[in-house]
Design a protein around this ligand. Structure first.
Ligand SMILES: [Zn+2]
Length: 342
């Protein structure tokens, strides 16, 4: 049976990370293991330390500088598609494992939705695998789907090579376009990126072609990297003004596909949160703090899939529930954001 602690950092831990000071680097440790289902030898990686220098998005997606720890786990056996975290590879032999082995090897119920090198594909397989043997509770399922959406955000950004191709001079020009106070945006990088992108977009039509290209690519890259799809979808067609037509068309299509993939998992997370909150439907005065985070998250996910009415009412509900300070501030900030429409 799966235990919660073996396979993932719980949401609570991510919240703690948000409140703690940054550490220096992401370091990993490799181990050789055997697949408990088919015996294949493979390498698993454990995260030993990480950092949060890249800031945290408002749905709690943590960005590290350097390797992204979120993209490390879980590991999939390429031969039989068994998927798990390092400790899951130490499964003890027994009737339960025997039944799973028979099922996996004979019926092949697990389906990879893309290449196994991609973390979101392995996370999707992990859910499929756990569903064979466990009744996953809705809270756990919500956390797992949320992480798949984050993995898509971090590893499926088609604008990344375009952003990295900008020269130092182009980066410098983009920085110069931003107001001075924007240089202080490192303190809250997620919010800073969103403000910078908005600022660049407001100016974009006044810019000369080359400057426009750099500003548009930087803004689009930052928005995709933060999963801010409402504003991104509005500016995507402008790529045709700065890139050759065929190239722009293909980049726009790939970006839309990656947005849709992230949103598909956000909708699954949202449905699981709805079920989770339904189970615990309580009057406002008895509402536990741990659940208020999910009311907020439901709002944030609704905003990210484009349901702004639902987002507004969820943020208002969190504020009415009188949560802890940091959560109230987040809900107020995001409510102000949807009141501006994006
Ligand atoms: Zn295997």
């Amino acid at each position: 049976m799966m235990t919660r602690s073996t396979f993932t950092l719980g949401l609570a831990l991510w919240l703690l990370v948000m409140q703690s000071s940054p550490v220096l680097a992401t370091t990993m440790h490799k181990e050789e293991v055997s697949c408990p289902i088919c015996g294949q030898k493979l390498t698993v990686r454990r995260i030993m330390s990480t950092n949060n220098f890249g800031g945290q998005d408002r749905d709690f997606c943590e960005h590290a500088r350097g390797a992204q720890p979120l993209l490390v786990g879980p590991t999939t056996c390429a031969r039989c598609l068994f998927t798990g975290y390092p400790d899951d590879f130490d499964k003890k032999p027994g009737p339960e494992l025997e039944a799973l082995r028979k099922q996996l090897l004979e019926q092949k119920p697990l389906k990879a939705r893309g290449p196994l090198e991609l973390n979101w594909v392995r996370r999707d397989l992990h859910i499929q695998y756990l569903m064979l043997s466990d009744a996953l509770d809705e809270r756990l399922l919500a956390d797992m789907y949320l992480r798949i959406a984050w993995a898509v955000r971090l590893e499926m950004n088609p604008l990344t090579p375009y952003f990295h191709r900008l020269t130092e001079e182009q980066h410098g020009r983009v920085e110069k376009l931003l107001p001075k106070e924007q240089n202080a945006r490192r303190a809250d990088k997620a919010r800073g990126d969103l403000l910078a992108a908005r600022f660049l977009i407001a100016k974009i039509d006044e810019l000369e072609r080359e400057e426009k290209e750099a500003a548009l690519i930087a803004a689009a890259y930052m928005l995709r990297n933060r999963g801010e799809h409402g504003l991104l979808s509005e500016i995507l067609p402008k790529l045709k003004e700065v890139l050759p037509e065929g190239e722009a068309g293909s980049l726009i299509e790939k970006t839309k596909a990656s947005i849709e993939l992230e949103q598909a998992y956000q909708r699954k997370a949202l449905a699981a949160i709805d079920e989770h909150l339904k189970l615990k439907s309580l009057p406002d005065e008895g509402f536990p703090d741990s659940m208020k985070v999910y009311v907020y998250l439901a709002g944030e996910l609704a905003r990210r899939v484009g349901d702004l009415d639902r987002a507004r009412s969820a943020y208002r509900r969190v504020i009415r529930l009188q949560p802890v300070d940091w959560l109230r501030k987040l809900a107020q900030e995001q409510l102000a954001l949807v009141e501006k429409k994006h």
